[in-house]
Design a protein around this ligand. Structure first.
Ligand code: IPM
Ligand code: MG
Length: 367
């Protein structure tokens, strides 16, 4: 019997609730494919800091080191609560960025897909949505401003200043460009390169290296687009995009905007892939305001499981089944309070019931 060890980092806020639903899916998939998914929980984030004094405790690091893949829930606290934790131990700086750095997870895949049954939920007009929204953002995840040198101080005029640098070398750009081209080859062979080369030197090098890598993929059409223009087109004509590639900070911002055109970041799962290890996470935050109320939709967490099945365990069929099962549940008119609008005719259910329905849909699909 094949056995895979999966580290489950529940995270903060709604993390544990949506993780429970993702686990149900993993259990069914394991059972019916005769795979032993060894699921081990580890603490991570603000809860880990309060319980163990560290946002990414040694024990969790050891668990992740041994795991075949990591499934991570959202982390973070409200702005007020965050202040109770020293800056370097706040979950973003103390846990998430160290996780990305530890496993060098440079390739972040963020699919932007509007399930058919949720078309009413997008803030875009039907005429703009057209045939649907279906593209993927490939975000470089371990370079740029996030990981560049940082320096604060007081200058000669006695003024406080800060200096943070946006750093990339050609190898970092080349490897994410290759991932983007390879992804394009599996889709429509149109790649939008997002940059700001009219101002930033980093984008000049980015475009240069991407141009060199494009020689290896002559079938892919590259379209260059400035990041600010891309933000506009995400609202005006998202249908033109298929694969978009960009550096870390641009990717952070545009992927939230992409969640916005779907109607919610709750529809944004993701995969973070490194040379040896991958972890999977919803792109959204921990939503402390709705935590514990069983109203959060587990879509992004189950979507992250689907990405794990495909990308870490080559279980393409089951991955597709997970997407399909979630779409069916929406298409039957079910949704959770966080993914519904006042006035919409929705059969309102809670987090657990949504997870249960996904599992029963999945059980009916051949593996
Ligand atoms: C994301 C998040 C993180 C990021 C935060 C939590 C540090 O916004 O994954 O998009 O900025 O990368
Ligand atoms: Mg973000």
């Amino acid at each position: 019997m094949t056995s895979y060890k999966i580290a489950l980092l529940d995270g903060d806020g709604i993390g544990p609730e949506i993780m429970t639903e993702a686990v149900k899916v993993l259990e069914l998939v394991g059972e019916r494919n005769e795979i032993n998914f060894e699921l081990i929980h580890g603490s991570f984030g603000a809860n880990a800091y309060f319980e163990q004094g560290h946002a990414f405790p040694e024990q969790t690091k050891a668990l992740c080191d041994e795991a075949d893949a990591i499934l991570k829930g959202p982390i973070g606290l409200s702005h007020e609560e965050s202040k109770k934790i020293p800056l370097d131990m706040q979950p973003e700086r103390g846990a998430l960025l160290p996780l990305r750095r530890r496993y060098n997870t440079f390739a972040n895949f963020r699919p932007v897909f509007l399930p058919k049954g949720l078309a009413h939920f997008s803030p875009l007009k039907p005429s703009i949505i057209g045939a649907g929204i279906d593209f993927i953002i490939i975000r470089e995840l371990v370079g740029g401003l996030y990981f560049g040198a940082k320096h604060t101080g007081v200058n000669e005029q006695g003024k406080r200043f800060v200096n943070e640098s946006l750093e990339y070398d050609e190898e970092q750009i080349a490897r994410i460009a290759r991932v983007a081209f390879e992804t394009s080859m599996k889709r429509k062979k149109v790649l939008h390169n997002i940059h700001k080369s009219n101002v930033l030197q980093s984008s000049v090098l980015w475009n240069e290296v991407l141009g060199e890598i494009s020689q290896e993929f002559p079938e892919v059409e590259v379209r260059h687009i400035l990041v600010d223009a891309a933000a506009t087109y995400l609202c005006l004509n998202p249908g033109q995009f298929d694969v978009m590639v960009m550096e870390n900070m641009f990717g952070d911002i545009l992927s939230d905007q992409a969640g916005g055109i779907l109607g919610s970041l709750g529809l944004m799962p993701s995969a973070c892939i490194g040379p040896e290890k991958a972890y999977y996470e919803p792109s959204h935050g921990s939503a402390p305001d709705i935590a514990g109320q069983s109203i959060a939709n587990p879509y992004s967490m189950i979507g992250s499981v689907a990405m794990m099945l495909e990308m870490s365990f080559s279980m393409e069929k089951e991955a597709k089944n997970c997407w399909h099962a979630m779409q069916s549940v929406f298409s039957q008119g079910y949704s959770t309070p966080d993914l519904s609008q006042p006035g919409a005719e929705v059969k309102m259910i809670d987090t657990q019931s949504f997870g249960d329905l996904v599992v029963s849909e999945l059980a009916q699909l051949a593996c």
